[in-house]
Design a protein around this ligand. Structure first.
Ligand SMILES: [Zn+2]
Length: 203
């Protein structure tokens, strides 16, 4: 009942065009540009980047990160799950964000994204990949600094990793964070890692 009342008071509106009844409408999703550029080298078995980081998608990702639009994050997760990548019988694993920013926001956007993907694809979610060291924000760093910044930042907790993992994140730049996450998983045991990322910028 509260959900209905909430919907009545604050109806969903498309982040892109303002249309009512959805957080991200079909027309706006249709405008997104599929990513077909190069893939970073990071030790992944397979790597999927769904869209170019631009336009409505860029502003939606930023709204999830900085404007507490958690439900929009779930909508982006469903969008990612609807893309034609093959998941098989893998376990969904988010790349955890830095805890300082998560505390400010109240949630980890990669976890929100991964939860929606796991639900939509009927796959288990694991949060055994954890951050063991806080890192400074990557945005202001150059390529080499990014690799140094995140090296050893992650650990796989609680035994061997599953045979197949789908590693989820919202954006990817140099791939340094993803490389550090995969290194941590492989340190715990052998497994195939398919990285599935929502967006990446193009040069
Ligand atoms: Zn729209």
């Amino acid at each position: 009942m509260w959900e209905r009342l909430w919907q009545l008071l604050f109806p969903d509106q498309c982040h892109g065009c303002g249309r009512f009844g959805t957080l991200l409408c079909r027309a706006c999703v249709g405008q997104l540009v599929p990513y077909v550029d190069d893939i970073p080298v990071c030790g992944a078995t397979n790597f999927t980047i769904a869209f170019v980081y631009a336009g409505v998608l860029r502003s939606a990702i930023l709204a999830v990160k900085y404007a507490r639009q958690r439900r929009l994050g779930s909508a982006l997760g469903l969008l990612l799950a609807a893309q034609p990548w093959v998941s098989g019988d893998a376990v969904i694993v988010p790349i955890p964000g830095s805890s300082q920013r998560i505390t400010q926001r109240g949630y980890d956007q990669a976890v929100v994204l991964a939860q929606a993907v796991a639900t939509a694809r009927h796959l288990p979610l694991s949060q055994q990949l954890v951050r063991i060291r806080q890192t400074t924000a990557q945005a202001q760093l150059n390529r080499n600094q990014r690799y140094q910044n995140v090296a050893g930042a992650f650990m796989w907790q609680g035994g061997n990793p599953p045979a197949r993992i789908i590693l989820i994140d919202d954006i990817c730049t140099t791939g340094a964070t993803i490389a550090a996450a995969i290194a941590a998983i492989h340190e715990a045991g052998p497994c195939a890692v398919h990285v599935v990322v929502l967006a990446r910028g193009v040069k």
